[in-house]
Design a protein around this ligand. Structure first.
Ligand code: SF4
Length: 213
């Protein structure tokens, strides 16, 4: 169990390096956030960004995407992995949003999760980055780093990680926790070979302590 001072230090270090960074998903419209999340599944970030930009320059609303043919949509997003499946899914999601939700991305998590391809992570990202509703989105970086630092149990599932982090960190910082951990996970606390030697959190890190034993 960590102390309050440790939580403060984590935020301080992350803010020092990443407070002014853009998130992986930095679009303001909930619809764009949602579609970018679908594009990002099992895809490198730079390819997601290129495909998102190309798609949104042509069609950035459910109405416009629903009007595109599947072939046109595939062509616009072919930079991402599984683009054929994703094109179908994006069309399906756009149609549902138009018909069932009057063209507006739902603000309730349970409604969002009824959309095809939308799970715990995507729904949290859409609420947080798209609708500005406070929730910590737990992706692979947030999950891994929380466990390495010893903030949550090793066996915690993503919902337990989210609830624990939301108890630890002040609500005003919840959106930043995702942004900070994602950037920290890409640059320092990498999945393989984390850069512990230069990490400013090593003195409070469970993984680092265990590595030295
Ligand atoms: S010390 Fe290593 S494992 Fe721990 S947070 Fe830093 S980079 Fe990650």
């Amino acid at each position: 169990m960590k102390e309050k001072e440790d939580y403060k230090k984590i935020l301080k270090v992350l803010k020092k390096f990443y407070y002014s960074r853009k998130g992986a998903v930095h679009f303001s419209s909930p619809f764009k956030v949602l579609i970018s999340c679908i594009l990002s599944q099992r895809t490198k970030e730079e390819n997601t960004e290129k495909a998102s930009e190309k798609l949104f320059s042509k069609a950035d609303t459910p109405e416009k995407i629903a009007k595109l043919s599947l072939k046109e949509l595939e062509e616009l997003i072919k930079q991402v992995g599984f683009y054929r499946q994703k094109a179908k899914r994006i069309k399906q999601v756009s149609k549902i949003i138009l018909e069932k939700y009057n063209g507006k991305v739902p603000k309730k998590r349970e409604e969002l999760m009824k959309l095809p391809g939308v799970g715990l992570k995507t729904s949290a990202v859409v609420l947080s980055y798209g609708h500005g509703i406070p929730i910590i989105a737990v992706d692979t970086h947030v999950n891994r780093i929380s466990k390495r630092l010893g903030l949550v149990r090793e066996c915690a599932d993503v919902e337990e990680v989210r609830k624990t982090l939301e108890k630890i960190f002040p609500k005003k910082d919840w959106k930043f926790v995702n942004l900070g951990f994602v950037n920290f996970g890409r640059e320092i606390c990498k999945p393989v070979k984390p850069k512990c030697d230069i990490c400013e959190l090593k003195d409070i890190c469970k993984f680092f302590r265990n590595k030295k034993l």
